[in-house]
Design a protein around this ligand. Structure first.
Ligand code: HEC
Length: 401
């Protein structure tokens, strides 16, 4: 497909994906909160009401009541919450195809990596399917019943998967596939476990029977898993903006740390909603401290010593950028599939290079985010040269031309 139309497809799918995800997360947070904040029902409440809560919003008062059973005619008018989950997954899957699979040589597999584009796509799809099969088996076997075991297993799985994928994918594609896999588990939990349990619940209620509590318990477990995964997945979906994470030598460990911090932050919401805010006051400062500590320990080390500096001439820097970057980063790119400079970054003149010096350093020295997929085959020596140039003051010598 033409690059211009792919960009519009990207725009539309991404916009829709974010909107559905916001709606899904919104309802999920709302119901978690509601469940946690129910109080004893008022004396006038129906016999089947187990708890209730009064809310005020947008100039109206709302009385929420949670029923154990409802009369048959009510069942037909029930509102189900599932399309926000399904549509989040569907738009996400289409976005994955449009970006990472249709443009696999650019985004998915590095040019100097072990996999070709189609093999990369096959690995990506296998991760999504196998991830669900393994997780679902583990839940059914009862291995994840203990919350601590589930947390530990989840973090180990995230680290191992990220590490394995980094061997074959670009850094950002590796992160994104961990996120896509977790998102797939969340949507599959809704479609395959939570919805069937709810249908059985409704069917039993319609027959006037008490529903099987095991069904409810299983749905609840999956819903708790989804709840803890929400914040980490949101980070991973935004992670392409942060090459200092996926472009780092220890990127898998950084991902484990960020996922743990995200899940931990979600734990605070849960305790807070359940009226245990006091017991949880230490969590937000601890999460912030963990983020700061992570930023410190993952700080890039300078790649050169200042004594090498004198050896770098600007003309050499310009030559590397010309050879490895300008085919895409020009007002009129010559690289196939590019119609304008990516993110508006052109690197054609010394003034351009001066303006973007820091970004050039972070994108192609501190991390190997650029050239994207190493499509132009930059060498380690050339990266080191750019590093020495930046670290010795990034002098731009316009007169040298
Ligand atoms: C094959 C095309 C291609 C080549 C070659 C290439 N880039 Fe890029 N560059 C891109 C694309 C695509 C993006 C946008 C990435 C995104 O959307 O996250 C980008 C983004 C950037 C950005 C902005 C990053 C940001 O998030 O603000 C910088 C800086 C950059 N490239 C520097 C370089 C440097 C330096 C080189 C050469 C060493 C280079 N690029 C080579 C395609 C390329």
């Amino acid at each position: 497909m033409d690059a211009y139309w792919l960009d519009w497809l990207n725009l539309v799918l991404r916009w829709a994906h974010v909107i559905f995800a916001v709606a899904w997360i919104g309802t999920s947070f709302f119901f978690m909160w509601l469940d946690a904040s129910l109080e004893e029902p008022g004396r006038d409440a129906d016999r089947e009401v187990g708890g209730e809560s009064w809310l005020v919003h947008s100039g109206g008062f709302y009385r929420m009541q949670k029923y154990r059973m409802v009369p048959e005619p009510i069942l037909r008018g029930l509102h189900w919450f599932k399309w926000d989950a399904y549509l989040t997954w569907i738009t996400g899957a289409l976005l994955l195809i449009a970006l990472y699979y249709l443009q696999a040589p650019t985004w998915l597999v590095p040019a100097d990596g072990p996999l070709g584009p189609w093999a990369g796509v096959a690995v990506g799809l296998a991760v999504l399917v196998l991830g669900w099969l393994v997780y679902d088996r583990a839940c059914r076997a009862g291995w994840l019943d203990d919350g601590r075991v589930a947390t530990l297993a989840g973090l180990v799985a995230v680290g191992a998967l990220a590490f394995a994928l980094e061997q074959v994918f670009t850094g950002r594609a590796a992160y994104l596939h961990v996120g896509a896999m977790l998102g797939t588990l969340m949507a599959a939990n809704v479609a395959m476990i939570i919805m069937p349990a709810q249908r059985a619940l409704v069917a039993a209620t319609a027959r006037g029977e008490r529903p099987d509590p095991a069904l409810g318990a299983r749905a609840k477990q999956r819903s708790v898993h989804n709840n803890y995964v929400t914040l980490p997945v949101v980070f991973i979906m935004l992670s392409n903006h942060f090459p200092m994470t996926w472009g780092h030598g220890w990127s898998w460990a950084i991902l484990v740390a960020l996922v743990a911090i995200g899940a931990f932050a979600r734990h605070w919401f849960n305790l807070h909603d359940a009226g245990r805010a006091r017991a949880a006051v230490w969590i937000p400062p601890a999460a912030v401290a963990a983020l700061v500590a992570l930023a410190f320990v993952s700080q890039p080390r300078a790649t050169s010593t200042s004594t090498d500096a004198a050896a770098v001439r600007f003309a050499e820097v310009e030559a590397v950028i010309d050879r490895r970057c300008v085919s895409c980063h020009a007002a009129e790119p010559t690289f196939e599939g590019f119609v304008e400079p990516p993110l508006g970054v052109a690197l054609e003149t010394p003034a351009d290079i001066r303006r973007h010096a820091r970004a050039i350093y972070t994108q192609s020295v501190v991390t190997d985010a650029m050239p994207i997929g190493n499509l132009t085959g930059i060498t380690p020596d050339e990266r080191a040269l750019l590093g020495r140039w930046y670290e010795s003051g990034a002098a731009v010598d316009t007169a040298a031309r």
